[in-house]
Design a protein around this ligand. Sequence first.
Ligand SMILES: Cc1cc2nc3c(=O)[nH]c(=O)nc-3n(C[C@H](O)[C@H](O)[C@H](O)COP(=O)(O)OP(=O)(O)OC[C@H]3O[C@@H](n4cnc5c(N)ncnc54)[C@H](O)[C@@H]3O)c2cc1C
Length: 404
Amino acid sequence: MKRPSLYFTEAHDLFRQSVRQFIETEVVPHTDEWETNRRIPLSVFQRMGELGYLGLPFPEEFGGVDADFWYSVVFLEELARCGMGGFTTAVSVHEYMAINHISKAGSYALKQRYLIPAIAGEKVAALAITEPDTGSDVSAIRTTAILTEAGDAFIVNGAKTFISNGTYGDFATLVVKTGGATSDTGGKSGGLSLLVVDLDSVGITRTKLNKIGWHSSDTAEIHFDDVRVPADNLIGQLNKGFYYLMESLQLERLVAAVMAVSGAQQALDWTLAYLNEREAFGRKIGTFQAIRHKIADVATEIEMARQFVYHTCWLYTQGDVVVKECSMAKLAASEMQKRVVDTCLQFFGGYGYMEDYPIARAYRDVRVGTIAGGSSEIMREIISRIVVDAVAYKPVYDGAETKA
Ligand SMILES: Cc1cc2nc3c(=O)[nH]c(=O)nc-3n(C[C@H](O)[C@H](O)[C@H](O)COP(=O)(O)OP(=O)(O)OC[C@H]3O[C@@H](n4cnc5c(N)ncnc54)[C@H](O)[C@@H]3O)c2cc1C
């Protein structure tokens, strides 16, 4: 009999089967088309909306499912098994990085206008933090949003880059500078706010970027030239953006870690199948000890990362501030996935280098895992501040507005 999981119930297992079937029948067959077109059709977002996948963590009031966090873990694990880092990114950025800010701190009106259509898959969202001159140092961003004299709108000027869903997406949760770096606005890290911006607004220019991997996701550089944004598109409080971001980045890192472990497992699964097919010197290559021992190392690395990531997910569900563990999980899992995919590709021999084999795409896609969403160096900085300097973090959100 199967031992009960510490984390997943039978209902989670059933949900996993349904997501797996969706990925196998409605996503994987489109891999070549979406990767070649460098684009995911809106229809697949709409389909995921219909199935409830895009609303898992959000309140029912706004079309969400209000499911416990383990449903999201299942969804992200299955998503990452599609073998397209681009698709996985586009969906996870939309659901777990861009619209969660609106759900957590946005006004009721913002939720009506943006959260509901995003959960339904009618509108695709981006999260725009990084700028051409600054990425890791979020406090140094320069895109400004200045309130008009009438106080009814912000005028936005500046540029963002490397923005996933930025080319074809409908709106962005945009990080802007709204105040100087004074003690009133929270010192160096203050003066940042989050605005919801329609990406077809007058004054916005979007340029699609060419990437090594993640081909199916569109990544944009976005310029803002006197873009008028209604004042009530502000998410939460003015000048509180840095703190909102710092808290939500924990979820972003946890999501990245969950997907990295699952992506590594997928690479191992492809490899195990190949070891049983391919022969050399009259034997299946899976019988060579040199390969078997490497596979043992890979399986061990994946399992260790998985258990730590699950433990961190559990801490997260307890409402703990898990800055240290989320940073460790992102660091360990993304570095592990990079090593695992490289090792696995080796055992495909020359075929591993051919585009027809998914391991080749995984090799291209995995490289950015230790850069995007906070680089490994930044994860080490955060962890060392907590471990060496005993820096402590506190919760930020003081309750979301859910009623009109
Ligand atoms: C495909 C892709 C998709 C992305 N999607 C998004 C998105 O949707 N939204 C978004 O806002 N951003 C996105 N990003 C941006 C990503 O988060 C940044 O690239 C990342 O945070 C690093 O910032 P940077 O590129 O400016 O590098 P920099 O900050 O310029 O860093 C350059 C190098 O210096 C290192 N470094 C920087 N500071 C330190 C330090 N204090 N100590 C040690 N080393 C340091 C970095 O680790 C890195 O190796 C995406 C990036 C890519 C490539």
